[in-house]
Design a protein around this ligand. Structure first.
Ligand code: HEM
Length: 439
């Protein structure tokens, strides 16, 4: 939804019968379709979508197995078990079963979102109520499209073979079923070695992983200045180099794999070139070379490209469609000067996939939090993803490779991204909103 502002409106259902009537009559007709969203001029003034948690489907009396056990277990249980997370740092509303669903509202004007919320609340009456909401917005001025640490985001997305006929150079071309349930290439859970058949109404949907990820921006900036690698450039230039090596891209979006020494804003802005790299270079050994990009860099951990394909492992089934947006205010001069966050800000992270265990959950647990991923590297101790990697309680968050002068050096890094929790949702096809879910 290519709009400036977005509201994540989390609700709980009190009266299923009444809620279902409004779902069919008032929500289904206004949910923005893919066709509407793919052309900016066809987008409604307020684009709206709705998705349900497992608890929400149960509240509607829907008990069928959707073929995704991670979804069924909910995010709080998964985060504790799979990511060593402590829900003490979570927004309390995300702990427990109260969040039954989320309505996503996007518009260029916040007053239009407010008006739509007013209208929805009046329509649904006491059949549902708000549990929590998170307003988010694209950053102002030249930071538009950049996440809160300052890096251009939303560059690398997979291209869906059946939808995108002209993928950009370097885009990962994947089957629709990696993102959309029941489409070609979809994989479901198995029970007793038999694949679960997704119910017919759930075909054409997608699982939505929502995370409120708090970013400690002044702390991140200060850390880079204090730990900048030695070299000829100014302190700021050396700090920027370290930040770029942690992300895998410069702030302009230019990949360090193609521009290892300095930012190249023209490259960053060129969609024909800014995603066209593999981490492999002629004359360099893929299993030892970190001169272009550290093995631990965020983009490399979350899409390892040649690190896996050279081992005949496909990285396609583990693709996600990202649709996050920053939340919170800009860093104030007081915060910048003190190096301490006063006002919470971060990323309202949204990822779509047809199977959470292969998408978001896998990327976080098996890649970002895995100290020896990517595999078959020397040194084998790569450490955590410096942006999103989470160490077990009390363990140091070791990150290797970011110092270009000594790529074997390991740093014990504080965490700059703190999970404030979230939930797993199923975003149903519009037909199900009118049909099965409101029946
Ligand atoms: C790419 C920032 C959380 C998965 C990126 C990029 C940035 C970024 C700046 C490069 C732009 C691009 O290639 O589109 C952040 C920040 C996060 C965050 C600041 C937290 C506050 C996550 C999480 C995941 C994730 C939680 C999944 C577990 C990815 C993926 C890519 C990416 C798959 C694309 C990699 C590629 O295809 O090369 N992120 N991210 N990110 N991120 Fe994140």
């Amino acid at each position: 939804m290519q709009k400036h502002n977005q509201l994540f409106y989390f609700f709980t259902i009190h009266d299923a019968a009444r809620f279902k009537r409004h779902l069919a009559w008032d929500i289904a007709p206004v949910v923005a379709s893919v066709a509407q969203l793919s052309q900016v001029h066809r987008q409604p003034l307020v684009a709206l979508n709705i998705a349900f948690s497992h608890a929400g489907l149960l509240a509607l009396g829907v008990t069928e197995d959707l073929g995704d056990s991670v979804f069924a277990g909910g995010q709080a249980a998964d985060a504790v078990q799979s990511f060593n997370e402590d829900t003490a740092s979570w927004v309390p509303q995300f702990v427990g079963d109260a969040v039954h669903g989320v309505i996503l509202l996007a518009s260029d004007a916040t007053h239009l979102i407010d008006r739509q919320v007013f209208h929805l609340e009046a329509t649904f009456g006491a059949s549902m109520s708000k549990v929590y909401s998170l307003p988010a917005a694209i950053r102002p001025g030249d930071q538009a499209g950049h996440e809160m640490f300052g890096f251009l985001d939303g560059i690398s997305q997979p291209a869906i073979q059946q939808l995108h006929k002209t993928p950009l150079p370097g885009q990962n071309v994947i089957d629709a079923g990696v993102i959309i349930t029941g489409a070609t290439g979809d994989v479901v859970d198995t029970k007793d070695n038999v694949p679960v058949i997704r119910p017919g109404w759930a075909v054409g949907g997608s699982f939505l992983a929502f995370r409120q990820l708090k970013q400690l921006v002044p702390e991140f900036n200060q850390y880079l200045l204090q730990n900048a690698p030695a070299g000829d450039g100014s302190l700021q230039a050396r700090a920027d180099l370290m930040g770029a090596r942690m992300v895998g891209r410069w702030k302009s979006g230019a990949p360090v794999d193609l521009a290892p020494a300095a930012d190249d804003p023209e490259l960053g802005a060129d969609p024909q070139r800014n995603n066209n790299f593999t981490y492999e270079h002629e004359g360099f050994n893929l299993s030892t070379d970190q001169s272009h990009c550290p093995f631990s860099a965020h983009t490399r951990k979350t899409r390892p490209r040649a690190d896996l394909t050279s081992l005949n492992i496909s990285d396609k089934p583990n693709s996600i469609m990202r649709s996050g947006i920053p939340y919170g205010q800009e860093v104030t001069p007081e915060e910048e000067a003190s190096g301490t966050t006063i006002h919470e800000r971060g990323l309202a992270f949204v990822a779509y996939q047809s199977q959470l265990a292969k998408g978001f959950q896998f990327l976080q647990q098996s890649w970002a939090n895995n100290e020896t991923f990517p595999p078959k590297k020397t040194p084998a101790e790569i450490g955590f993803d410096p942006i999103i990697g989470q160490a077990a309680d009390g363990k140091a968050r070791l990150v290797a490779g970011v110092d270009p002068n000594n790529t074997s050096a390991t740093l014990s890094m504080p965490q700059f991204v703190i999970s404030r929790g979230g939930e797993y949702f199923f975003s149903p096809p519009i037909s199900a909103l009118r049909g099965h879910l409101s029946g």
